[in-house]
Ligand binder design. Structure first.
Ligand code: NDP
Length: 234
């Protein structure tokens, strides 16, 4: 049966790989894009997840096009790295507003239809640094750790409605976000990854596809690391 799926930030990077993977599995997939054009072959809706009205409008368009969202992947995220002493309040709050409150906005809107249908899959994209911490990323790590508490609370609230809520915690993945890191920093990072390499966007996408599938029906409130072993022990 074709399900209605929505991936935020699905126009590039990890989100795009997730959208393509879900589409390959037979879902009707919509992606939100904040800027630029939607990716070819996927239904795109323009949406800035820091704006509730835009989130509501995007969901309405997706509902008209492919029905109420049954699989939500809250993937959109930003970084504004800085050491604490130099971090402005705006750097902190804007990262929280996008990464954590953004997930709240889309999950809240998606749950409406899921509760009515008594089925749903919510997958949130956290990060290994949400569990390990990361110097220079206090805002980002706090937002990604916040997603874990958020997901686990939703898992408890929504389990009786047959809605699962899980978190994927990627390590370092080959995307624009990691390409922006200086080369020496990239080499240093790889030394600490047991598998000795960055992950691919497809490796995240396949885990999300599993969590969204019937095979994962009994998994909720879980944090699944896909990080080459970088964060193990948490
Ligand atoms: P990219 O920077 O490549 O893409 C980020 C996506 O989020 C883009 O589609 C971007 O839209 C969208 N986005 C950002 N802000 C908003 C907003 N306010 N409203 C709507 N969309 C927004 O990131 P990645 O693909 O690398 O990362 C995807 C997710 O995975 C993020 O949550 C990130 O934190 C997480 N992650 C990434 C890791 C990595 O190594 N790359 C590691 C661990 C976690 P636009 O194109 O318009 O800017």
């Amino acid at each position: 049966m074709t399900r209605s799926a929505l991936v935020t930030g699905g126009n590039r990077g990890i989100g795009l790989a997730i959208a393509r993977e879900l589409a390959a599995g037979g879902d009707a997939v919509a992606v939100t894009h904040r800027s630029g054009e939607p990716p070819e072959g996927l239904f795109g809706v323009q949406c800035d997840i820091t704006d509730s009205a835009q989130v509501d409008a995007a969901f309405k368009r997706v509902e008209e096009e492919q029905g109420p969202v049954e699989v939500l992947v809250a993937n959109a995220g930003i970084t504004k790295d800085q050491l604490l002493a130099l971090m402005s309040e705006d750097d902190f709050s804007s990262v929280l507003d996008t990464n954590l409150t953004g997930a709240f906005r889309v999950a809240k809107r998606a749950v409406r239809g899921m509760m009515r249908k008594r089925t749903g899959r919510i997958i949130l994209t956290s990060s290994v640094v949400g569990l390990m911490g990361s110097a220079g990323q206090a805002n980002y790590a706090a937002s990604k750790a916040g997603l874990v508490g958020f997901a686990r609370s939703l898992a408890r609230e929504l389990g009786s409605r047959n809605i699962t809520v899980n978190v994927v915690a990627p390590g370092f993945i080959e995307t624009d976000m990691t390409a922006a890191l200086p080369e020496e920093r990239q080499a240093e990072i790889k030394k600490n990854i047991p598998l000795g390499r960055y992950g691919s966007t497809e490796e995240i996408a396949k885990t999300v596809r599993f969590l969204a599938s019937e095979d994962a029906a009994y998994i909720t409130g879980a944090v699944i690391p896909v990080d080459g072993g970088l964060g193990m022990g948490h």
